[in-house]
Ligand binder design. Structure first.
Ligand SMILES: C[S@@+](CC[C@H](N)C(=O)[O-])C[C@H]1O[C@@H](n2cnc3c(N)ncnc32)[C@H](O)[C@@H]1O
Length: 249
C-alpha cells in the first residue's frame, strides 16, 4: 500500500517542531551531509555544480538547495509536504542561500520530463521516505546521460541495531537484516531500507553505474542531532549512513 498520503500528513504535522530542532544544525554551513553534518568538502561527493540543473529529492527546508543555488546551480527543491516547502520558501534567497524553485509531489512519481537534470541529490529525503525500488528508477529517468544521483540514507547497520523502545541505536542486533523494507514511523507513515545487495541491484536495475559508496566516519567531536547512539562513539565503530554516488551512462 502506498505511504504517500500518510507520509505527507506526517511531515506536515511534524515540520514545525522538526525545523525548530534540526534546522540550525542542518543549515549551520553549506553542503552538510547526513545526521552528523559532515561537510561535502571532506567527503568530496558532489563537486562543482556551477551551471548544473539540480533536483533535491525530498528537500525539507531546502538547506542543500539554498547552498547549491548559491554555488551557481539552478535548483528545484522537491518535497511531498507543503509545510516543509513553506520552510524552504522562507530560506530561498536568504543571506548565504541562493534562490531556487519549489515543487510539491512524491518521489514515487516525479512530475518532470525525462533527462531534465544533471544532478539528483537527496539527503535522507525521498529515497528514504519512498520505496527505493520505485523512487530510484524515477530519479534515474529524470537524469540526463552522464548525470549523477548522489544520496544519503541510513545504513542497514543502524536499522538492525535500532532499539525502538529506547529510541536508541545499540550494539545489539534487534531486527532481521533479511526482509528490511518499510519501517513504521507511526501514524501510518513509513520510511524504507534495503540491504546492501538490494541497493546495488536497485541502482543497477535502474540503469545506473555505481561510482562509490562512502561510509562516512564522523570526527570524534561531531555529534548527531538525530538519534541517540549507545555507546556515543557508535558511528565511529560502525557506519551509520551510506552515501551513494551513481551515474547515468
Ligand atoms: C529528513 S527530511 C530530509 C530533508 C533534509 N535533508 C533534512 O535532513 O531535513 C525528509 C523529507 O522527505 C520528504 N518526503 C517524505 N516522503 C516523500 C516522498 N514520498 N517524496 C518526496 N519527499 C518526501 C519529507 O516531507 C521531508 O521533508
Amino acid at each position: 500500500m502506498s505511504s504517500i498520503g500518510s507520509n505527507r500528513a506526517h511531515w506536515n504535522r511534524i515540520s514545525r517542531g522538526y525545523q525548530a530542532e534540526h534546522d540550525t544544525q542542518i543549515g549551520a554551513a553549506p553542503r552538510l551531509w547526513g545526521m552528523f553534518s559532515i561537510p561535502d568538502a571532506q567527503l568530496e561527493a558532489l563537486g562543482d555544480v556551477t551551471g548544473r540543473r539540480v533536483l533535491e529529492l525530498g528537500s525539507g527546508a531546502g538547506q542543500w538547495s539554498g547552498s547549491l543555488a548559491a554555488d551557481g546551480a539552478t535548483v528545484v527543491a522537491f518535497d511531498l509536504s507543503e509545510a516543509q516547502l513553506a520552510a524552504a520558501a522562507a530560506r530561498a534567497g536568504r543571506p548565504g542561500a541562493g534562490g531556487f524553485s519549489r515543487v510539491q509531489g512524491a518521489a514515487e512519481q516525479l512530475p518532470f520530463r525525462s533527462a531534465s537534470f544533471d544532478v539528483v541529490l537527496c539527503d535522507h529525503g525521498g529515497l528514504s521516505w519512498a520505496p527505493p525500488r520505485v523512487a530510484v528508477p524515477e530519479a534515474a529517468r529524470v537524469l540526463r546521460a552522464g548525470g549523477r544521483l548522489v544520496f544519503t540514507v541510513a545504513s542497514p547497520w543502524l536499522e538492525v541495531c535500532y532499539d525502538d523502545a529506547a529510541d536508541a541505536v545499540t550494539t545489539e542486533l534487534r531486527r532481521d537484516y533479511f526482509g528490511l523494507g518499510a519501517v513504521d514511523e507511526g501514524d501510518g507513515a513509513a520510511s524504507y531500507q534495503l540491504g546492501y545487495g538490494d541497493w546495488v541491484r536497485t541502482l543497477r536495475g535502474a540503469g545506473l553505474i555505481i561510482d562509490d559508496l562512502i561510509e562516512a566516519r564522523p570526527d570524534p567531536a561531531r555529534a548527531s542531532g538525530y538519534a541517540v547512539f549507545e555507546p556515543p562513539d557508535w558511528a565511529r565503530r560502525w557506519p551509520a549512513e551510506m552515501l551513494w554516488i551513481a551515474r547515468k551512462p
